[in-house]
Design a protein around this ligand. Structure first.
Ligand code: GLC
Length: 804
């Protein structure tokens, strides 16, 4: 089946069949206000925190045909009643003559035709505002006049999203709606839980006179809710019930009589779903966005934002799917993961106060947006540093609204430590990448508190950013086990391998190695040779340990269990070889050249599939509490031998470090979602973003993707593609150009914004090599080496690179 196509010129993906295998979504707004809209108009909207300030009720586990969060009904007056349908297809599922859902940058546009009515609805959050706009044009495309009504509907949740699901007494007793009608006939429906009445209210309104409304779901659906969303009884009456809900399930439904639409005539309805301290406070913005001109300006501003954002890097390679991902969709997905971490998607539901922004996740996500939004990146780094402990380790998650941190899933296991051995090390990679991108060394001196607080909630200790980084290194250096390797804690990057106390992690050893390399580089740049020497000694110490005990003969092992048994070894029955066990010793530089090659070859032989590289093999076949969460999955799923995509770009990077451009690109291409557009019935997820996982070949549904959008795959594939395959890397001294491309490429072009200048880069590859730069000319003059200097002069500079 064909579900849609890429429109690169408009930077959209266009869905042409509403019955996609699973919902396909798009994000609007930011975590400050926004959420996602699915391709049938359903919307999950929240403000600042999906757990504690959620606005619409969207239960993703309910069937695809169900009403979710928001929709629009249209109805045509007929001699014997009304023909009611939704131009978004759901929840009425009427036959359509046209359906298009344009997944755009920060907006979703649904264009449809049903019964001679064409609807064109653009859904977005204006930059910096706390409201969702739906700018809806309704046109009579038939040749007879039609009497048309438009009834947009929202269903609210209690802001405490988990309580909404767990307490069906307190919640409905507190939910209230109030209507405010203005002289011009417009209506604002306010909604709030009683305790927030004087602090914070949701509202729904439009730019057209409203003849009647309803805010009580039971009344709107009718017949004690034996009326359905597909056929609400309320819509068979001429007018809605004008109920101001005093309790119960609150909705907002506004009846607009658009009048008799003549053939070709268009009416424009603009709705707003927002949140404010009070309706009075919101009034100026409400009035503003009732004007079509204001909405258009806001939409143009959104387009300018994306133009600037994506303008940080645009490429032109011989591969169209790579171009469309790097230039548009992958770069955009990095923005999404930076905003929402793992907090809110169809798969990551953001319930409960223990959930929040993931420390390790966001530290990696931020690396995908450094060139595009350095200030926002810095603000997120600051938040992350605030949840680091005084001993250098970090809390696993934090709630962005309250800044309360938690230990994540580790608290579910009394018998295991409540820290993850890798979390704090990622912040070193992120901060150093930020410094290289921006040159903002002053950030290192900024004083940021550690997490621990006294009784008055004041931080017990603060330290400079540099101090935070040093403590992170020290924590791991001192937290080692029998082989001198880092203790696993509750888990490392792989959340689901939870071994008994005393187990050691080779992943964390290599991540530590990479972090120490960054500290050496940073210390040298700061002119602090003594620190550089110290870190060099740390590096050598861990390198020797890893090579001394972790080489299994043909690859590196992944863990040592509490009793010293190697895991990820040919001696194991399941989990004999792990992907991260091989890529990371190359990234850390711990692997000798010979072992690096052998490790990556073993990985290719045992783990590679046409749909991506598996995380490990063979899968565990049966639950085993001594191994932990990994054994809760059947073989081939998720961390148990699935294709866990986040790990794939690390292999691409490792291959480029060895100079294998052909393989790096092959691995890049085989997981490119844009290349799956003609295999959707097997793959199922959106072809315009990376998913977290694809079922591996041990699973009967090999190739099925899940958990799209919020995955470290976004940031790392972007980094692998741009910094390692195309080789455009920010360094302290300038922009390094060190491509590692397929030999058959003749070259590529790129435009890169970097420290206040624009680099127009042309790479040519006349001798068809993968790696190696022969000459670099900057503005016509040949330079020594391959680092284009920092200009910071707001000007464009030509960089011509010849490989060979
Ligand atoms: C999920 C988590 C991430 C973890 C990965 C592997 O993607 O968000 O933090 O590293 O699973 O377990």
């Amino acid at each position: 089946m064909d579900y849609g196509y890429f429109d690169d010129a408009k930077r959209e993906y266009v869905i042409t069949n509403p019955k996609t295998p699973v919902k396909w979504i798009n994000y609007i707004g930011t975590l400050a206000f926004g959420g996602f809209v699915d391709h049938t108009g359903g919307a999950l909207i929240c403000r600042q925190d999906p757990a504690l300030n959620r606005i619409t009720k969207y239960i993703s586990q309910m069937p695809a045909c169900d009403f979710k969060g928001e929709t629009l009904y249209l109805r045509i007056k007929q001699p014997n009643g009304y023909k009611v349908f939704s131009p978004y297809f759901v929840p009425t599922l009427d036959p359509y003559t046209l359906y298009e859902c344009h997944v755009g940058l920060g907006y979703l546009r649904i264009v449809s035709e049903f019964y001679g009515i064409r609807t064109d609805a653009v859904i977005f959050v204006p930059t910096g505002e706390s409201c969702v706009i739906r700018d809806i044009r309704i046109t009579n495309v038939s040749d007879t006049p039609m009497q048309v009504d438009a009834i947009p509907v929202v269903e609210y949740t209690h802001p405490d999203a988990l309580k909404q699901l767990t307490n069906a007494d307190w919640i409905p007793q507190t939910m209230v709606s109030r209507a405010r009608r203005a002289a011009d006939g417009t209506v604002i429906l306010a909604q709030y839980p009683f305790m927030l009445r004087d602090i914070r209210v949701n509202y729904f309104t439009s730019n057209q006179p409203v003849s009647s409304f309803d805010s009580d779901r039971k009344n709107f659906l009718g017949e004690n809710e034996y009326g359905t969303w597909a056929s609400p009884r309320g819509l068979q009456q001429d007018e809605l019930g004008n109920r101001q809900a005093l309790r119960g399930d609150n909705i907002a439904a506004l009846m607009h009589h658009l009048g008799a639409l003549q053939p070709g005539e268009t009416q424009r309805l603009i709705t707003q779903l927002g949140q404010a301290k009070s309706i009075d406070k919101a009034l100026p913005r409400i009035t503003h966005f009732r004007e079509a001109r204001s909405v258009e300006n806001a939409f143009d501003e959104l387009a300018r934002f994306w133009q600037h954002y994506l303008g940080a890097l645009q490429v032109e390679t011989p591969d169209a799917n790579m171009n469309r991902m790097l230039n548009i969709h992958n770069s955009r997905q990095c923005h999404t993961t930076k905003n929402w971490s793992r907090y809110l998607s169809l798969y990551q539901l953001g319930y409960g106060s223990a959930r929040g922004i993931g420390f390790r996740d966001s530290a990696q996500d931020v690396m995908g947006v450094l060139a595009h939004m350095p200030e926002e990146a810095q603000a997120l780094l600051r938040q992350l540093l605030c949840v680091q402990r005084r001993n250098g380790s970090a809390y696993h998650q934090f709630n962005p609204l309250t800044m309360i941190a938690s230990e994540g899933d580790s608290v579910e296991r009394e018998d295991l430590p409540h820290y993850y051995s890798d979390d704090h090390l990622w912040i070193i990679l992120a901060v150093c990448a930020y410094l290289k991108e921006t040159g903002d060394l002053a950030f290192l001196d900024e004083v940021i508190p550690y997490y621990e607080k006294d009784k008055r909630e004041q931080p017990l200790e603060s330290g400079t950013v540099l101090d935070h980084l040093q403590r992170a290194i020290d924590f791991t250096r001192n937290d080692v086990g029998a082989h001198g390797l880092p203790l696993l804690g509750f888990a490392d990057w792989n959340d689901t391998v939870n071994l008994r106390v005393g187990a050691e992690s080779l992943f964390t050893a290599n991540l530590y190695g990479k972090a120490v390399l960054e500290m050496i580089d940073l210390s040298r740049h700061l002119g602090d040779e003594a620190s550089a020497e110290k870190y060099l000694a740390y590096y050598d110490e861990m390198r020797q340990r890893v090579n001394h005990c972790a080489w299994d003969g043909e690859w590196y092992v992944r863990y040592f269990d509490f009793d010293g048994t190697p895991l990820g070894s040919h001696t194991n029955d399941s989990g004999q070889i792990y992907i991260n066990g091989q890529s990371w010793p190359v990234i850390s530089g711990f692997a000798t050249p010979e072992r690096a090659r052998q490790a990556l070859n073993s990985l290719r032989e045992r783990l590679n599939t046409k749909n991506g590289i598996k995380i490990s093999m063979p899968g565990f076949d049966g639950f085993d509490p001594r191994r932990g969460g990994i054994t809760t999955y059947p073989p081939g799923a998720k961390e148990n031998g699935g294709i866990f995509l986040h790990t794939n770009p690390w292999v691409m990077i490792a291959e480029t470090l060895l100079g294998n451009g052909d393989r790096a690109f092959e691995y890049y291409d085989q997981i490119n979602p844009a290349a799956k557009n003609d295999r959707i019935d097997e793959y199922e997820c959106e072809p315009y973003v990376y998913p977290q996982n694809i079922l591996g070949d041990e699973h009967p549904q090999f190739g099925l993707a899940r958990n799209s959008w919020l995955s470290g795959t976004a940031s790392w594939t972007y980094q692998a593609g741009t910094q390692y395959i195309l080789g455009l890397r920010a360094t302290f001294d300038g922009l390094t150009i060190d491509p590692c491309i397929p030999r058959w490429w003749d070259g590529f072009r790129a435009t890169r914004r970097f420290r206040g200048a624009v680099y127009e880069i042309t790479v040519s590859n006349p001798n068809h090599v993968s790696k190696g730069v022969r000459t670099v000319r900057v503005d016509g003059k040949e330079i020594a080496g391959n680092v284009a200097p920092v200009f910071g002069d707001d000007a464009a500079h030509r960089v011509e690179v010849v490989m060979g």
